[in-house]
Design a protein around this ligand. Sequence first.
Ligand SMILES: CC(C)(COP(=O)(O)OP(=O)(O)OC[C@H]1O[C@@H](n2cnc3c(N)ncnc32)[C@H](O)[C@@H]1OP(=O)(O)O)[C@@H](O)C(=O)NCCC(=O)NCCS
Length: 194
Amino acid sequence: MNKTETLKDGSPVVIRSLKVEDLDKLMAFYAALPADDRKYLKVDVTDKNVVRRRILLTEQGNVFRLVGLVGDKIAADGMLEVREEAWQKHQGELRVIVAPEFRRKGLGLLLMRELYFIAAERGVRMVVARFMRPQEDARRICRALGFREESLLPDYVTDRTGQAQDLVVMAADMNEFWNELESYYHATDWQRCQ
Ligand SMILES: CC(C)(COP(=O)(O)OP(=O)(O)OC[C@H]1O[C@@H](n2cnc3c(N)ncnc32)[C@H](O)[C@@H]1OP(=O)(O)O)[C@@H](O)C(=O)NCCC(=O)NCCS
């Protein structure tokens, strides 16, 4: 996919699939994140080999990666991982991260909307988000998009500093997710005025 959308501040953003040639741009995106954001990520994004291997996962067919580009710069990274095991085949895990200077401009929402379309095409019926308890923005946006808290696993994961953290698991039915996404998308002058 490759499409151009408009952010709330009027700047154009290209949303397209992530390619292996984007590795250096992606490393620059991760390097510019505040240390506090990197601290809670699932993998060590300062390690180029780890990041390259994660991009190559998209060749397996159940992992989809999208990026938002403003000019030549990656401003956001989104991922949908459709579960492969038979008992979880109806689930898709969503992850979105937006560079601080592009937050609250609708970019997170635009990426989630595109990831929703991919999930719907793949027959996903439940979207899941997993993050560490201190990731309050993730929790707020998930609540606003119709996710409910499924579980909180105490000291289940380790952050980049080696400290144990609680893992929050939230999930939403695809219909609820779509309804909330659409009400955000259409409720703002930002999209109406395009
Ligand atoms: C969570 C995150 C992806 C949101 O991206 P974004 O581009 O800023 O989100 P949007 O501008 O599309 O926001 C859509 C709506 O979500 C809600 N929202 C987003 N960030 C919020 C925040 N910090 N506090 C409260 N509500 C928030 C708002 O309702 C917002 O609409 P509004 O700005 O019109 O009020 C971004 O803050 C981020 O990358 N955080 C760090 C990484 C992370 O936690 N990722 C999620 C892991 S699944």
